[in-house]
Design a protein around this ligand. Sequence first.
Ligand SMILES: C[S@@+](CC[C@H](N)C(=O)[O-])C[C@H]1O[C@@H](n2cnc3c(N)ncnc32)[C@H](O)[C@@H]1O
Length: 363
Amino acid sequence: MTRAEELTELAGHFRQSGDTFKASPLYRALCEVVADDELTLELLLHRRPGQQPSFLLFGAVHHLLLSGVEHDLRDFYPSVVGTPARDPAAAGAVFLDFCRSYRTQVEELIATRLVQSNVVRRVLALRFALAALRDVVDGPVHLVEVGASAGLHLHVDRYRYRLGGRVFGSPDARVTVESEWRGDGPAPDLTHLPEIGSRTGVDLHPVDVLDPDQRRWLRALIWPEDRSAAGLLDAALEQAVAEPVRIIAGDAVDVCPDLGRQLPPGEARLVFHSATRMHVPAERRAAFDKAVDSIGDGGPLYHLWLEPAFAPHHGEGAEEGCLAWHGPESTRPVSLVRVDGHLRWMAPLNGAEPPRRAARKAA
Ligand SMILES: C[S@@+](CC[C@H](N)C(=O)[O-])C[C@H]1O[C@@H](n2cnc3c(N)ncnc32)[C@H](O)[C@@H]1O
């Protein structure tokens, strides 16, 4: 692709990102302005392959502001000044000025960082699948998260949950994950889990939860208006400090085959990835799928994913807007439950089917 074609594609990306930033009036307003500014778009030519441009640019700028950089732009960020922040409609020119004034710093972050947003609420997806496995697996389940970032989902059994009116999980947890249940009936009961035999993350760059700069990068990837996600992230990071989990550094393509062989033969493994395959460059996705499958070489593999429709497992059409998985018998995707991508809500399939029944069918 030529440089001019890439800039055109980047401009289109920002123009079409309005839906992605439904929950961020600031980022929605900035998308329009960035799409028309070639000098700012050029910064993104330095990003690593597969990295989502708008998350990276907004993350880099937010990171600098959270680090204490003094510029008028800070007045538009609720995360920096608290509420009330200035009207996003007036932020465009100030944002472009920031990108010019701190061009070297923004470019360096874009060139070196990865989109590693660790969305704590997505742990509910893993909890849902684990609870379903309790009815179908004898013995322990080994958890593997591919694209684990700081590994915050691997503490799935250590959090407390509030889903609809139902409360379950660890009663004295430091982290409470809340989500809405959009169904006519009661929310599913996810209290009982199988024994967790081991927990392992895999990531290109495991986040060091003790490093303030790396923690700030995770914080910077949260939309500036979302104080609840920021509070949840802080609490989950404290949990990760208190009980560290193993995260293997490397590309899943290289790491997974060995990992599969290291797990106890014959025991079930649940492999989860969310918002990860979407960042794998298109030409590497078949190898990524093969590597995930290889974890099943030593024992029954349950593969669970939460990825956007354009990046489904093995290229097969998983149902849009659903958490999907497959068991050891077939790689055909089976939908478990309808979800929002950030797990702000869950809903039964077709508004009617009890999710637990769908889970048993899949296994
Ligand atoms: C957007 S974050 C999502 C983190 C977490 N799964 C979540 O949903 O909160 C994507 C993560 O995948 C990792 N990643 C991307 N490609 C990878 C690969 N080929 N192998 C291992 N990790 C990868 C990135 O480093 C990043 O930490």
